[in-house]
Design a binder for this molecule. Structure first.
Ligand SMILES: CC(C)(COP(=O)(O)OP(=O)(O)OC[C@H]1O[C@@H](n2cnc3c(N)ncnc32)[C@H](O)[C@@H]1OP(=O)(O)O)[C@@H](O)C(=O)NCCC(=O)NCCS
Length: 200
């Protein structure tokens, strides 16, 4: 299932982030900003086989929680100690809320892939492709682009497969590493296989 990100996903999102981008993971404040900026196109993927959150998780344990994030990036009910200001009332379907996400994308309506990552256990099953096409559905931009670390051959192979082309290099974009700008001109309209059923 693909749905918009909710703060109740933050715990598993940060796990995916740290495993996918060990050199420069986004922290929770960045994700909260992205959530505010891109409410429709910050999407998460829940695999049918994804195990539920551990029973001890505050997200799994309560039907209705007002969440906050502490300085250790742990997600806590707001009632536990002083909040840091980042809080959100979360009230979703209990079964969905208990499920961990396995991937996410942050996409801008003009076609920029700000970030995309799939949990290592769920890669090479078409998850990133489905997330990208679903995010594109909101605006179907004429051009889609992403920055990729020069050393990130897996992501480059992923973009190659979709049809992205290398456009240019940005020197030291990641501090001590260059970024490759990869760009793709999608077909004029969503491909026929992109029925709602197929993209979930
Ligand atoms: C890049 C990433 C998002 C791809 O996610 P994914 O769900 O595995 O991608 P898909 O299954 O949709 O891949 C579609 C096709 O792309 C190609 N591809 C994807 N990952 C690949 C890899 N590591 N090596 C070679 N080809 C790859 C394959 O052709 C694949 O089809 P196939 O599995 O049938 O051969 C994932 O590897 C990831 O999270 N990496 C770490 C984070 C990252 O680098 N994000 C991108 C930052 S720019």
């Amino acid at each position: 299932m693909i749905r918009p990100f909710s703060l109740s996903d933050l715990e598993s999102l940060l796990q995916i982030e740290n495993q996918s981008f060990p050199k420069s993971p986004y922290d929770w404040t960045t994700f909260l900003s992205l959530h505010t900026l891109y409410p429709e196109t910050f999407l998460v993927y829940i695999s049918p086989s994804t195990p539920p959150l551990e029973a001890s998780s505050p997200v799994a344990a309560q039907d209705f929680v007002e969440l906050r994030v502490d300085s250790m990036q742990r997600l806590l009910p707001r009632s536990e100690g002083r909040g840091l200001g980042a809080a959100e009332r979360v009230h979703t379907d209990p079964e969905q809320r208990k499920k961990k996400i396995s991937a996410y994308i942050v996409f801008s309506r003009d076609g920029h892939i700000l970030s995309i990552a799939v949990h290592p256990h769920h890669r090479r099953r078409g998850v990133a492709t489905k997330l990208l096409f679903r995010a594109m559905e909101t605006s179907w931009p004429k051009k889609v682009w992403a920055e990729v670390r020069r050393s990130n051959q897996g992501a480059q192979a992923f973009y190659d497969t979709i049809g992205f082309k290398f456009r240019r290099t940005v020197r030291n974009y990641y501090g001590n590493e260059d970024a490759l700008i990869m760009e793709w001109t999608p077909p004029d309209s969503p491909p026929p296989f992109l029925s709602k059923h197929e993209s979930e």
